[in-house]
Ligand binder design. Structure first.
Ligand SMILES: [Zn+2]
Length: 249
């Protein structure tokens, strides 16, 4: 079933419960005829009086429209809308307000129409597929990134390769930065190729660090290196193979 038809059926159900505000098309046309009759007859029935008190006919070109009775002709006309036309009327207001929410639509509709209820507007809004899609769009707001925790030295590390091809020293064109996750301890290695096997070799070699960091017997020296001229961060490095390191620093 089209949304237009579903909406109309829902409004008819509302009309069954409360007949005071919503107007089916048939009743709208009947009221107009009765109103014409009421204004032309001198013998007015109570129903005629009721209609004359509530409604007024406004000529729009060749078409007569039912509007709310005004106190003076200066007042803006508030149009009555049939149940059949309510969907399109609310849709126009929805688009005119840039797919506005319920309150924006109420404000827009109340300027021009007399009998469009808040329930009808809320129902339309809940049926609008574009607005539903907008609401369901996932957002990353408030997402908390769970930190990665490491318990031991050398149990987790981050490896980056720095491209030194433009400043190569013989066969050494890369600097592999191995950083232990727990201690932030950094080891620099000079792989000669950017191949998985070469990186794996350097990594295994690089992680074979002495258990006791104060024991320098396995590491020739501890040095501070100004890593690159554009990055003045001093990195504390323990080098196992100082000769290889010298080649690329
Ligand atoms: Zn919408």
């Amino acid at each position: 079933m089209e949304p237009h038809d579903t909406f109309r059926d829902a409004l008819y159900k509302m009309y069954e419960e409360n007949r005071r505000v919503l107007i089916p098309k048939e009743l709208y046309l009947e009221s107009m005829n009765n109103l014409l009759e009421a204004s032309s007859t001198t013998k007015k029935t109570p129903h005629h009086c009721y209609l004359l008190k509530k409604y007024e006919l406004l000529k729009c070109g060749d078409v007569d429209k039912l509007i709310k009775r005004r106190q003076s002709s200066e007042e803006d006309a508030l149009y009555f809308v049939t149940i059949e036309d309510t969907y399109d009327t609310i849709k126009r207001a929805h688009l005119a307000t840039g797919r506005g929410g319920r309150d924006k639509m109420i404000h827009e509709i109340n300027k021009k129409y007399a009998n469009i209820t808040i329930d009808s507007i809320s129902l339309f809004k809940s049926m609008c597929t574009v607005c539903q899609r907008k609401r369901k769009r996932p957002t990353n707001k408030g997402t908390v990134v769970k930190p990665i925790l490491s318990k031991d030295f050398n149990s987790r590390a981050q490896v980056d390769l720095i491209d030194m091809q433009s400043m190569s020293q013989g066969q050494y064109k890369w600097i592999m930065v191995y950083q232990d996750h727990l201690t932030k301890f950094v080891v620099l290695r000079p792989p000669t190729y950017k191949r998985a096997s070469e990186v794996a070799y350097q990594q295994f070699d690089g992680t074979c660090l002495p258990e006791d960091e104060t024991d320098t017997s396995d590491a020739p020296f501890i040095c501070f290196i100004n890593l690159f001229s554009q990055d003045s961060a001093l990195v504390k490095c323990r080098l196992k193979q100082s000769s290889q390191m010298k080649a690329c620093v």
